[in-house]
Design a binder for this molecule. Structure first.
Ligand code: AHR
Length: 342
């Protein structure tokens, strides 16, 4: 009997040792969900993209750029997650990408802080993280491989310099100028950068007063709501700085509803950011909007370039800014539109 028991114990030990040697680990329940969808014989680069949401025209153009670039015919399999403007959704998406053993994670972070833990998890899983559009503030910069996007601070400075030049041309550079700002999602890189950049110029103009700043969360409905509040509180607004076009469209509605006008012939100077859809150009052509500082949404080809370099084992730039310019109502906007891909 004792010999039989010893035999069973030895068999169990042998099974455990053999399993250990085979390196086989338990598959997480929802791992590699995409595997069934991948055509046999194909070896795609699997990319998980944690997008912010679908709050603006810019965002739509940005998502379209990723969906057009990260296609199977280009050697990619894209897992796309819409964070619906909530950081917890994006964190969940990243954890899911890790479980699914993707090759790369692309993150467009809603806000800058609160990413350390999940980026540590991605690093522990050996998955490179590429930041696109917005950035993060982390204790260890090596938690992400690189970042590609807009110089948001410079965008804000260009808008400020444009306003100074415009007021000068109009002979109003000595006048008291009262400004309100519709800010984007608070603590997002786009909001922080644009607000800071505009401030850099504001502080050089003693006759400019910032009456109020409030977030319209980058959406048209919130932009309209906050602008209507501004108009109720301040009877003397000269300039609206709107940190994206959709809030601008909402603000124009609120201004017109209040019986006022905006644009070069109107009561209020309107300055916007993005220019990622025809609508912003139409607003300038209709004389309702003075100036748009471009924010380029076509980031996917640059991220593709980065991944291809990493695949070849090459070094990549840690920070890469996209080229941008401003457009204003005095330009030949039809000619500009003919050159644009969105
Ligand atoms: O992060 C880019 C900003 O996010 C765009 O300006 C805005 O439209 C979007 O929602």
């Amino acid at each position: 009997m004792r010999t039989k028991n010893l035999y069973i114990v030895w068999c169990l030990i042998l099974i455990l040792v053999l399993e250990g040697c085979s390196g086989k680990k338990e598959e997480p329940e929802n791992a590699l969900l995409y595997e069934d969808e991948i055509e046999e014989g194909h070896d795609y680069i699997v990319v998980g993209f944690a997008q912010v949401g679908s709050e603006s025209d810019w965002r739509m153009a940005n998502t379209a750029s990723f969906q057009a670039t990260f296609r199977e015919e280009n050697g990619y399999y894209l897992l796309f997650e819409d964070g619906q403007q909530k950081q917890e959704n994006q964190i969940k998406a990243i954890r899911n990408f890790i479980l699914q053993e993707v090759d790369y994670i692309i993150l467009d972070p809603i806000v800058e802080t609160g990413w350390d833990a999940v980026l540590e998890e991605a690093r522990a899983a050996g998955i490179p993280v590429i930041l696109s559009d917005r950035s993060v503030e982390v204790s260890d910069e090596t938690l992400y491989t690189c970042w590609v996007g807009s110089d948001f601070e410079e965008e804000g400075r260009v808008a400020g310099r444009w306003l100074a030049d415009y007021l000068k041309k109009e002979g109003r550079d000595e006048e008291e100028i009262r400004i309100v700002t519709l800010q984007g999602t608070l603590d997002s890189s786009a909001q922080l950068g644009r607000t800071k950049g505009f401030d850099d110029i504001l502080k050089n103009h003693g006759n400019w007063t910032m009456l109020e700043r409030r977030s319209g969360d980058f959406t048209q409905s919130k932009g309209q709501e906050v602008m209507a509040d501004f108009l109720r509180t301040h009877s003397d607004i000269d300039v609206v700085i709107s940190e994206n076009d959709n809030m601008t469209f909402g603000a124009i509605e609120a201004i017109e509803k209040a019986g006022l006008t905006c644009g070069p012939e109107g009561d209020i100077i309107m300055i916007s950011f993005d220019g990622a859809s025809r609508a912003a150009f139409t607003a300038m052509q209709e004389g309702k909007l003075h100036m748009v500082m471009e924010c380029n949404p076509l980031l996917a080809p640059l991220v593709d370039e980065i991944i291809q370099k990493l695949e070849r084992g090459e070094e990549v730039e840690r920070i890469r800014y996209v080229e941008e310019q401003y457009f204003d109502a005095s330009m030949d906007l039809e000619a500009v539109l003919e050159t644009r891909g969105y």
